[in-house]
Design a protein around this ligand. Sequence first.
Ligand code: GLN
Ligand code: ZN
Length: 811
Amino acid sequence: MSTTTTPTAVPAFPAATITGYPRIGRRRELKKALEAYWAGRSTREELETAAAELQLATYRRLVELGLGAQDSSLPAEFALYDQVLDTTVALGAVPSRFADLADAEGRLDLDASFVLARGDAGRAPLEMTKWFDTNYHYLVPEIGPRTPFRATAERLVADVRRAAEHGFTVRPVLVGPVSFLLLAKADDDAPAGFDPLQRLGDVLPVYAELLAALDAAGAEWVQLEEPALVADQPVPADRLAEAVREAYTTLAAAAERPQLFVTTSYGSTGSLLRPLAGSGVEALHLDLVKGALPTAEELELFRGEDAAVLVAGAVDGHNIWRADLAGRLDQLEELARAGAQVSVASSTSLFHVPHDVAEETQLDPVLRSWLAFADQKVGEIVTLSRGLAAGRDAVAEQLAEAAEARRTREGAAGVRDAAVRERAASVTAAEIGRAPAEVRRAAQEGRSFTASGPLPLLPTTTIGSFPQTPEVRAQRAKVRSGAVTPEAYDRFLREEIERVVRLQEELGLDVLVHGEAERNDMVQYFAEHLDGFATTEHGWVQSYGSRCTRPSILWGDVSREGEGLRGEAITVPWIGHAQSLTDKPVKGMLTGPVTILAWSFVRDDQPLGETANQVALALRDEVLDLEAAGIGIIQVDEPALRELLPLRREDQPAYLEWSVDSFRLATSGVRDETQIHTHLCYSEFGEVVDAIDGLDADVTSIEAARSRMEVLTDLEAAGFSRGIGPGVWDIHSPRVPSQEEVEQLLGRALQHVPARTLWVNPDCGLKTRGYEETKASLVHLVAAARTAREGLDGSADGAREAGVPLIVQHG
Ligand code: GLN
Ligand code: ZN
């Protein structure tokens, strides 16, 4: 399309492509390179070299797997930290509070971008938010009426040139203008009512400049990602449609530009398909896994010579099961028969899945044969595209193999367990409810959970984990490698638990925890003790920046491991041990069913709600075992409740119903006087506040320190009357909050919630913190709670009338 080249035919869109690939590296090379650089163990040049090598290794691998080296099928998406941050930098959209980091031309270099990502001594980093309904977190751009926009194309151009030197024609990737602004939040300088989409007209010329620079560098196609178009937005539909039309007709009209490929992952674009397809972009990606197949009427948009290529996101980029290739091929053929020019792609970037199943040599080979990680998915895409072009016979072998894998999976032992299914099917409504909250409150208030007597007002506690020291990690690695015996490891953990208990006693906390030293990860630990799950060795996926998680694979029917349907207790030995060491109550810690699902790769052969109920029943067994072991307070964490919330409002009620029910199924077997806690780690509650109420937990701890307790206004407005622990210490940063600061936060909290329902705790678990900051912060937290109690004279009378004991101190 470039006006400067000879008027040969415009390069066609590649027949097979992916919209993105894991960036972290097969052995987490990027993580290591980043962390070495941040720790001062390597130079910037070494970091850049490592990143460039990783890029080239990816291109070589993708070509080996069947993508074209020179047809623009290789996406050049290599965010070192986050792809939204990279677009922020490319647009020169420097948030006002970071303005001093920009150079004379208003540009942020790599080090400056790391400050946006990670903060510095005087500045909090950009906010981090979940990327659609995934467990990836992006950095939220801050846009105000005066945020500057200046094209900063150097890194994008350098990537294209470097690839070309090695023989690869790659396709640069940017977050598209509409999604970029929709993903942003208004900055601190913005007046009330400002929304970043108002800056669309200002940002489009900068996109046009970036396109021109990429065109000059030799890029033939550019990928603009518009995933925000598949989610309901707080912007009226007609305004959104107009924004889409304006954005893409403007960019399509740019004089010097590569051809435009717009992606729409994670769902259907609905009514926005028309303005997008009609804008003049040359290729348009549709997610056929999460989204619907286009209707006959919509397919009209893809007919005719000038129509966009329909890039069918036919292979799931977000889960790890082998595709039903024959079924997908049927769909692709149907699209082609309708007159569309069809290319085949992944439904989302493949960075949600690990690199390569072949690395998992420890996995049961039968299970392994059901799986497709990123590299296998590229193979599936190549197969589908060949099948579409050359007919089924050309790929008969691959289709047969895929069908065989699906057939064995359906019939394999453990995928369907009659006893588990029968139990789940016979759950009655009575089993998923407890006595009314007031009845339980009466039974719990004034109860002596242990010999130390009833809890004081404003009880202090933590969210569960204590710092995971290098020593804890080293022991875990040693028991895995056999360097330490299971018995010695067990002894080590018991001592660690004792240390944590003694520390909490010294600090004067009211409700103790055992510290979770035995857990590598709050989901994987349970996965390792439940039938129906498998864990991987190298299956890391990026969570944010250099941080990765290793999701477990939920492949079969779930129950606790061990003899019989109910199996054996998982956490009772550890938590029971902690309780045996102290008179203070120890809170039992479990991970909830929704979070276990959200942070695992989950079977796709039955509704999520059914799987959730199986997990819930296993947890219910665990909750009852804890109660029987004398644990009177049990916390079931659901930090991911909001993450799985469907992107379209119309789909949300059904989700909230099954997710809330599964939590209740897990927790409602206990007696009235047993106190159920839950923990949710985010602070935007607006959309799920009713669901949080529906969980029917006696006490809910939430994140609140960073937003200075703003969340309490939401909860108050919704009439939330249960126990509430708004975090008073932001554990995401190494900063130690002062006692005064915690007192102030408690003071604010007390303006919104009655003292009798308020708990005092950090924002989240402490596993990523060090002991020094943990101790210092908890000293302040406990002292602030004591001061706040003393200041409660007036309301304390009210509390006393309400039957709340006013014992302030024990031991
Ligand atoms: N109980 C967990 C912990 O403290 C909760 C972690 C979380 O909310 N993500 O680590
Ligand atoms: Zn949390």
